[in-house]
Design a protein around this ligand. Structure first.
Ligand SMILES: Cc1cc2nc3c(=O)[nH]c(=O)nc-3n(C[C@H](O)[C@H](O)[C@H](O)COP(=O)(O)OP(=O)(O)OC[C@H]3O[C@@H](n4cnc5c(N)ncnc54)[C@H](O)[C@@H]3O)c2cc1C
Length: 423
C-alpha cells in the first residue's frame, strides 16, 4: 500500500463515540492491544465530542480518562473507507493513509439524522436539527434568530433547549407523533429514573415554547433564504415566519461499513448475539447501529463488545440486565417516533430528493427499486453516497440498498490507488 503506516491490534474499534470509547477502554483494561479510530478530530461521538473539556460532562471525562490510562492507541481524523482483505482496514486522514490490521473488530459507527424531502427543504437555513446544533456549537451566531424546530424524536427537545440557551427564539416545536403515543411514552418513562429527571429538566428549559403533536412541516418558503414554514397541525395548515428550520425525523443507523464487512442486517439494524458479535466471527457491533437507544445503551453495549472482543465474554454477563433495560427503552423510542403514513406524501413531483445529483421525486417514482433508480437517475451516486436520500427513499418507496461497495466514504484518488495496491 502506498507510503502510509501499518499497525496491528488485538482489538480494533471503529468509532470514538460512547459505544466505541467503552469498548476500547474495557478491551484494553483486559490487557489487549487496542486501537480506536474516528473520522472526527475529537473523541466523544455525536453527544460528547465538543464537551469533553467541560466540567459538566463527568461521564464523558471518566471514559476519556479510562482510554488514556489503559493506553488505547487513538487515531482521530481518520475515516475507514475500505477492507482490502479480511482482517485489514484502510483509514484515510487529511494527508495520509493507514493500514490497520486486527484480530477482532468492534464497529461502533453510530447514527445520523433522517431527512424527509418536502417543497423548499433545499432552501438556505433549512437544516438538520442536530446539524444546526453542531453549527451553533462551532460558532454560528443564533442569538435573536427565530428557529422552528420540527420532525420527530427526542433529539428535537435537546436541540430546542440548547438553541434557546444560546439566545434563539423558538416560535414552535412540531412533533409528528400523536399525543396518545407521547402520553404512553411519558408513562413508560416512569421505569427509568434518569430519563424522568432529564425529562423534567427539559420541561423546565422549554417552558413557554409552543410544543405541538400531530404536526409536521409541509413546505419551506423564501426567495434567497428561508422566510417562513407551512406546517400541518392537527389537520390544519399554519404559516410561521422564521429565520431557521431545524428539522429531523429521528435517527437512522450508519450501516455502510458493516454491510461491506458482510454483517447480517435485520429490521434495519445489525444483528448481534448475546456478546454483541455479528454474523461474522470476530466482528462485534455496539451502539446505534444495533438499535437507536441513547447513550446508556451505547455505553453498555460497547462494554460488552469490548470485553468479548478481548476474550473476556464471561465477564460481560454481569451487564446483560442493564442492556435489557436499555434495549426496552430503544423499543419505546422506535414505537413512539415511528413515522406516520401521511409523511409519505411530503414531497411534490418537483421536490429534489437526491440533492447531490439533483433528482426530483417525479423521476424516482417511475422505478421499482433503489438499484433501478440509481442506474437510471444517478440517485444516491453523489458524494453522500445515498446517506441522505437512501433513508428517504426507503420510507417513501420501501427501497433497500442491495449492496455497498468501497469506498464506504468519499476518499482521495491516491488513497484508492493505495487500496488497490494492498489488495
Ligand atoms: C446529529 C446528532 C446529534 C445528536 N445530539 C445528541 C444530543 O444533543 N443529546 C443526546 O442525548 N443525544 C444526541 N444524539 C444521539 C447520540 O448520538 C446517541 O445517544 C449516542 O451517543 C450514540 O453513541 P454511539 O457511540 O453509538 O454513536 P456516535 O456517538 O454517533 O459515535 C459514532 C462515531 O463513529 C464515527 N464513525 C462512523 N463511521 C466511521 C468511519 N467509517 N470511520 C471512522 N469513524 C467513523 C463517527 O465519526 C462518530 O464519532 C445525537 C445524534 C446525532 C446523529
Amino acid at each position: 500500500m502506498g507510503s502510509g503506516s501499518q499497525q496491528r491490534f488485538d482489538v480494533l474499534v471503529i468509532g470514538g463515540g460512547p459505544a466505541g470509547m467503552a469498548a476500547a477502554a474495557r478491551a484494553a483494561e483486559c490487557g489487549a492491544r487496542v486501537g480506536m479510530v474516528d473520522g472526527n478530530a475529537n473523541v466523544g461521538g455525536q453527544i460528547w465530542r465538543r464537551s469533553l473539556n467541560g466540567t459538566e460532562m463527568q461521564e464523558a471525562a471518566t471514559w476519556s480518562g479510562r482510554l488514556r490510562s489503559a493506553n488505547v492507541t487513538t487515531f482521530y481524523g481518520k475515516r475507514i473507507f475500505d477492507q482490502p482483505e479480511a482482517g485489514v482496514l484502510l483509514a484515510e486522514g487529511d494527508d495520509d493513509l493507514c493500514e490497520l490490521r486486527y484480530n477482532n473488530l468492534v464497529v461502533a459507527t453510530g447514527a445520523r439524522e433522517r431527512f424527509l424531502p418536502f417543497p423548499g427543504w433545499t432552501l438556505p437555513n433549512v437544516m438538520g436539527a442536530g446539524g444546526l446544533q453542531a453549527m451553533v456549537k462551532s460558532g454560528l451566531p443564533i442569538r435573536g434568530s427565530r428557529v422552528v424546530v420540527a420532525g420527530t424524536g427526542p433529539l428535537l427537545l435537546a436541540v430546542a433547549a440548547y438553541l434557546r440557551r444560546q439566545g434563539a427564539e423558538i416560535p414552535i416545536l412540531c412533533e409528528q407523533a400523536s399525543w396518545i403515543r407521547l402520553a404512553r411514552f411519558g408513562a413508560s418513562l416512569l421505569g427509568y429514573l434518569a430519563k424522568v429527571s432529564q425529562g423534567l429538566q427539559l420541561r423546565k428549559e422549554l417552558a413557554g415554547i409552543r410544543y405541538v403533536a400531530n404536526s409536521w412541516p409541509l413546505a419551506a418558503h423564501g426567495s434567497q433564504r428561508l422566510e417562513s414554514v407551512t406546517i400541518s397541525r392537527n389537520g390544519k395548515t399554519e404559516v410561521i415566519a422564521c429565520d431557521f428550520l431545524a428539522c429531523g425525523f429521528h435517527l437512522v443507523p450508519n450501516l455502510e461499513l458493516q454491510l461491506l464487512l458482510g454483517c447480517q442486517i435485520r429490521g434495519g439494524y445489525v444483528e448481534v448475539d448475546d456478546i454483541q458479535q455479528t454474523s461474522v466471527k470476530g466482528i462485534f457491533c455496539a451502539g446505534e447501529p444495533t438499535s437507536i437507544g441513547g447513550v446508556e445503551l451505547a455505553l453498555v453495549e460497547g462494554q460488552i463488545a469490548g470485553l468479548a472482543a478481548a476474550g473476556q465474554a464471561k465477564r460481560a454477563k454481569g451487564l446483560f440486565g442493564e442492556r435489557r433495560k436499555a434495549r426496552h427503552f430503544a423499543r419505546l423510542l422506535d414505537r413512539t417516533f415511528r413515522l406516520r403514513p401521511e409523511l409519505k406524501d411530503l414531497a411534490s413531483a418537483e421536490t429534489v430528493v437526491c440533492r447531490c445529483e439533483d433528482v426530483p421525486y417525479s423521476r424516482l417514482r417511475e422505478h421499482k427499486s433503489w438499484r433501478a433508480a440509481k442506474l437510471q437517475t444517478r440517485c444516491g451516486m453523489g458524494p453522500c453516497q445515498g446517506r441522505i436520500c437512501g433513508p428517504a427513499t426507503e420510507f417513501f418507496f420501501h427501497w433497500n440498498p442491495d449492496s455497498v461497495r468501497p469506498p464506504v466514504l468519499p476518499a482521495r484518488v491516491e488513497s484508492l490507488a493505495g487500496s488497490a495496491k494492498s489488495s
